[in-house]
Ligand binder design. Structure first.
Ligand code: SAM
Length: 248
């Protein structure tokens, strides 16, 4: 039960549960049954966003399958920056927003694209919430990650038999990137959009350009799967893009 202030038999206020709900890569059909149940039964949906005015891709997926009319939508503004002070302030504010509600016994479902524990904003919040409310229950509802969705549309096995798989942000330095691509059988390069030229250089140097596939917006109507990586040169690429390299 959510939405009311709940008390345990000894009349102590029950703390709400914080759910980290993975909502899949973009196709609402890839929401799990459990994610759907939790989102339907929870009155408060928390939506991490990088800026106030930005829309939420995650919420646009959820509203296709869940009636949000009577839900409280709590926006969690977490700027994309490496500035420690700005980040600390934003995380503190967000922790207050969540803990106020949890302390009133209300459950909160915080939605995340893909899975909540793969490069997600939600995972940063967990220690802050546990610190603010010792003993609070945080429950993860795993989601279909974009990694699985992209491998699926590219029809590329991520790992077979004794193969080694690496999942890394492509924003690594060029030499590190090269070393990792050399050492693993399959490498998933996340966040490639702003560094595609560097990725192409590394793949060129390792003669792996024709063993790599670029996937953007896997699971969305505008999904793209590109095998000719040269065609990506000087293009403005979508943030929701990755490259999967098979180092064969
Ligand atoms: C902050 S991470 C979020 C990952 C997410 N938690 C997951 O499990 O898929 C964002 C990066 O994930 C990848 N990504 C997310 N959704 C995608 C999609 N639908 N298609 C391709 N790549 C995607 C891109 O590399 C993007 O830069």
């Amino acid at each position: 039960m959510t939405g009311s202030i709940l008390r345990t038999p000894d009349s102590k206020l029950r703390t709400g549960i914080l759910y980290g709900v993975g909502i899949g890569p973009g196709d609402p059909e890839l929401l799990t049954l459990k994610a759907l149940r939790i989102l339907k039964q929870t009155d408060i949906i928390a939506v991490p966003k990088s800026k106030e005015e930005a829309g939420s891709r995650a919420l646009s997926i959820v509203e296709k399958v869940v009636d949000l009319k009577d839900k409280e939508i709590v926006e969690l503004i977490l700027p994309m920056t490496k500035d420690r002070e700005i980040l600390a302030k934003a995380r503190k504010e967000v922790t207050i927003l969540l803990s106020e509600r949890l302390k009133q016994g209300k459950d909160v479902a915080c939605i995340t694209l893909g899975d909540p524990l793969w490069y997600s904003t939600f995972s940063y919040l967990i220690p802050f919430i546990i610190d603010a409310i010792p003993g609070v229950k945080v429950q993860i509802i795993p989601g279909v990650s974009s990694i699985n969705a992209a491998a699926g549309v590219a029809l590329l096995p991520l790992a077979e038999a004794d193969e080694k798989l690496a999942v890394i942000p492509a924003t690594y330095g060029q030499e590190d990137l090269k070393e990792i691509v050399k050492r693993f059988d399959t490498v998933v390069l996340m966040k490639v959009s702003s560094v595609i030229e560097k990725v192409l250089t590394v793949l060129e140097e390792l003669a792996l350009k024709d063993k790599a596939v670029f996937v953007s917006r896997a699971g969305w109507p505008e999904e793209r799967v590109i095998k000719d990586l040269n065609s990506l040169k000087s293009q403005n690429l979508d943030y929701f893009s990755m490259v999967i390299v098979k180092n064969e």
